[in-house]
Ligand binder design. Structure first.
Ligand SMILES: Nc1ncnc2c1ncn2[C@@H]1O[C@H](COP(=O)(O)OP(=O)(O)OP(=O)(O)O)[C@@H](O)[C@H]1O
Length: 363
């Protein structure tokens, strides 16, 4: 088993504490994605797994072996960087062969592995070219090919697609998904800012904030059942709408009164002690719809209409200070700026967080 275990991993640079105790248990063959706001420590954690950064305290185990002091080249890990990091004076073939030559592999084995990796990444016709004669997407595929040739147990990706344009990002993302399917025993850990990459590639997403793990789970689990307000707002785009509320009824179902006076019932059980407490009510833009009867959640004036073709995004002012509520209507909606409208959502799609930002558990 080449799983990866992180036990209370901490990182400090002098007095600057960057990671505050990370515990993770990653299974062999899993595709794990790290997400989180800029500066939360994603790259630092990835570089510690690679062995490029020292571990201040805690234990890291690969395949059951403690690797805290094991140098990068002996961890069975290959890393793909945002910047490709190819040798400019070497051909594609030589770039891909480099690690194997250093490791003393035979000429035949090097040739076999480079050609197999090149074929799987559609690079065969470029093997004799220098990197400067390739597009950004092709260069990144060479960097991935070079990593494949090393036959790693763990594959690390640090925002590998962020230098590519939109179309190439999609194509290369699909390549990476295929690569992961074709290497079922290889564990992959991937850092990204991109929601779509995280949602589509990950078996499990690790949401980090300020050097701590906020939640670990399958993409749709995080989307449907965020553990707290941070994850609720971070996963999903546009972000979940949050409306300040007060708990006005407890028991098997909970009643809250939203800013603006509307009372809403949720299928969430709360203890009597929650009565009167402040809370945050959450509903995703895509879970809102134009109300057709008196059964609505809130009312407001449309300040912006964004017609994107596949969806129409409405910005509704007047409910939360300084922040519009966003509503995502499928297709083309006949809505004008300045229109006053009412919106509703299914009860199962409503979220509620306590004053500390923790989710009240659904029934
Ligand atoms: N050598 C260093 N000395 C001091 N602080 C550092 C050093 N390297 C990183 N940091 C700090 O550690 C924190 C985490 O950085 P890291 O690059 O891991 O974040 P990140 O989540 O990958 O950010 P981004 O998404 O912007 O790439 C940041 O606040 C950064 O300033």
């Amino acid at each position: 088993m080449t799983g990866l275990v992180l036990k209370d991993i901490r990182k400090s640079y002098g007095n600057v504490h960057v990671l505050h105790g990370i515990d993770l248990d990653i299974q062999e063959g899993e595709f794990i994605v790290f997400v989180g706001p800029s500066g939360c420590g994603k790259s630092t954690l990835l570089r510690m797994i690679a062995g490029l950064e020292s571990i201040t305290s805690g234990d890291m185990l690969i395949a059951g072996q403690k690797v805290n002091e094991v140098p990068p080249s002996r961890r069975g890990i290959a890393m793909v960087f945002q910047s490709y990091a190819l040798y400019p004076h070497m051909t594609v073939f030589d770039n891909m062969a480099f690690g194997m030559r250093i490791a003393g592999e035979s000429k035949q084995e090097i040739d076999r592995r480079v050609r197999a990796a090149a074929a799987s990444l559609q690079l065969t016709q470029y093997l004799e070219r220098l990197p400067k004669a390739l597009s950004g997407g092709q260069r990144q595929r060479v960097a991935i090919g070079r990593a494949i040739c090393r036959n790693p147990k763990v594959f690390l990706f640090d925002e590998p697609l962020s230098n590519l344009d939109a179309a190439l990002r999609v194509a290369t993302r699909i390549e990476i998904a295929k690569l992961s399917d074709s290497m079922p025993e290889t564990t992959m850990i991937y850092v990204t800012h991109d929601q779509v990459e995280a949602m589509t590639l990950a078996d499990r997403i690790v949401v980090l904030s300020a050097g701590r793990v906020e939640q670990v789970g399958a993409p749709l689990e995080l989307y449907e059942h965020p553990a707290n307000l941070f994850v609720a707002k971070f996963i999903g785009s546009p972000a979940m709408n949050i409306i300040p509320a007060t708990v006005t009824g407890t028991g098997a179902t909970t009643t809250v009164t939203l800013t603006g006076g509307k009372t809403v019932m949720l299928d969430i059980a709360t203890a009597a002690s929650e009565q009167g407490k402040t809370a945050s009510f959450g509903v995703r833009p895509e879970d809102l719809r134009i109300a057709t009867d008196e059964n609505y959640l809130f009312e407001g004036e449309v300040s912006i209409v964004e017609a994107l073709g596949e969806v129409t995004q409405l910005y509704i002012e007047g409910l939360v200070d300084g922040e519009p509520i966003i509503v995502k209507i499928p297709g083309i909606a006949d809505v004008k700026r300045g229109q006053k409208m009412r919106f509703a959502a299914d009860r199962q799609k409503l979220h509620l967080f306590d004053a500390d930002g923790h989710t009240y558990r659904k029934q």
